[in-house]
Design a protein around this ligand. Sequence first.
Ligand code: PMP
Length: 366
Amino acid sequence: MSSLDSLISNTIRSDVRAIKGYHVADASGFVKLDAMENPYHLPAHLLQELGQRLAAVSLNRYPVASYATLKRRVCEQLGVPDGYDVILGNGSDELISILDMACAQQDRRAVVLAPTPSFVMYQRSAQFAGMDYVGVALKADLSLDLPAMLAAIAEHKPALVYLSYPNNPSGNLFAESDIVAIIAALGDSGIAVVDEAYEPFAQQSFMGRLPEFANLVVMRTVSKLGLAGIRLGYMSAAPELLAQFDKVRPPYNINVLTQAAAEFALDHLDVLNEQASALRAARSELAQALAALPGVTVFPSAANFLLIRVPDADDAYVKLLADKVLIKNVSKMHSVLANCLRVTVSTPEENSVFLAAITASLAAQD
Ligand code: PMP
């Protein structure tokens, strides 16, 4: 064994050595419909103004660590209830790891529980934090299996339950009453994290219900709204609980450019909201067109992506790749997703390219 091999086996955790890194496909030259990004840019005159704002930012100083201005504006403009604050994260990915780090115990393995399939980082982050992960399968129609969730909560006593609302990769909103039942079952022994990454497309939220539940965290991101590149997530909860999480947050985790860009975007939130509205309309059109294709099932979506079932997902995926269209093949994630593909809703032009490519790929399957 080379000295580097032995160094790695002597130092790096075996479970980390055993896994593959989070794979992000190289999308250059592709119509990129794999990551639920907003395809629209800010209008040119706003981009120019943004450039001037960013040029005025002092790069030599650390960010103002309280982020007071940005946090106040997030609270005021994004529907955080009065008396509630937010914590900002370098994307909601970082918020997930902050939650996990704060709840991982030193003397026993605390549990993270989530329905499965759901956002993969819930499991990954739990593993990295040294927690046990329990996944509870969704029903065949991709709704929550509430009795199974409640039984698993009683058995495993999770510290954290993640509920993606709407769920990625299925796109559906779980029943509000099921989520409330889970929050109630957790009581004062577990925290329910309602992950509203796709809220701009669902327009349904638990944010306004924070005052009802001491053990509720509502987490969101600006990524799907059109700002995936700046990496900014936010979460809110009862102030006493939030204060605990804030201790785990790395100081200066939101860089000055992100802060300035986010404040600028909040000045022009109407533009981003209009883009979200266009994408919601495009979602209905694309869903209708796909449903008309023979052999295709389109699942209901409250997000900016659609989950579809086709006769042979692997074959369709490869044919789309050959046509330079990149979507996500989720068919191997879980048996309930057999032959399923996930596609981001995009501009009318890109949606047409996808539609033509999938139509051709299905015709070639016959
Ligand atoms: N939550 C869900 C449900 C997601 O699907 C994603 C990204 N795909 C995230 C969180 C991560 O968002 P961010 O870009 O803010 O890290």
